[in-house]
Ligand binder design. Sequence first.
Ligand code: UDP
Length: 253
Amino acid sequence: MASATSPLSERGDAAGGRPFRRVLLKLSGEALMGDLPYGIDRQRIESLAQEIVSVQRQGLEIALVIGAGNIVRGMEAAAAGMDRATADYAGMLATVLNSLTVQDALERHGAQTRVLSAISVAEVAEPYIRRRAIRHLEKGRIVIFAAGTGNPFFTTDTAAALRALEISAEAILMAKNGVRGVYDGDPNEDPNAEFLPELTHLQAIERGLKVMDTTALSLCMDNHLPIHVFELAEGNIERIASGERVGTLIFTP
Ligand code: UDP
């Protein structure tokens, strides 16, 4: 596994002793679903919103990319006979629904937010404009990137990698539902699957570990963008934001 100096120890005080100044938090649709079989778990959203707002108030700039696996996944719909590109557009629209729900919860907890969509939905969200996104972050707003990359055949993981690079985020925080981080197998199916505290992007790609898709991983690898994969349990976002090692760190020395 990766053994060289981790990016956390290389980085200085980005923001008052904190390791990061700006991060991109990726929330999968599953993360919003909690223990439900489908849709949105209100309680989960409330506690998530509370934690995100609290971390942001401590001076961290946060952008979010939100998935839609709790509503529709293009590949699954295509497997059931739907045209793939149409299914993917439906998936992207579903991320807009999730984004508006999270926006609402964040604002009820006192945050200022903006949803920036890669697909034009002018009545409910601003169009994605990179410089505008950065400006919003500088002004202390939480930015939610909706509709993924705006293109079919991609995922919101790739959108997370792309937007993180575009806004010069120092890391992707990848929240997982019910798993501690990255394992060398599926911990839900293989009781011997081993937890990996750190690994390189290349190791994750070569070993086919189910962290994020390979397009997203290779984008992060090529641009030396670290990924913190962790369980979406209360307090974990805060812990990572304050420099604590939680879950798995994927980086390229
Ligand atoms: N999607 C897409 N292009 C993108 C991002 C998402 O076509 O850039 C579609 C795709 O069908 C995907 C769905 O939106 O399955 C929901 O996103 P994703 O599966 O990444 O959600 P998550 O697994 O994070 O909940």
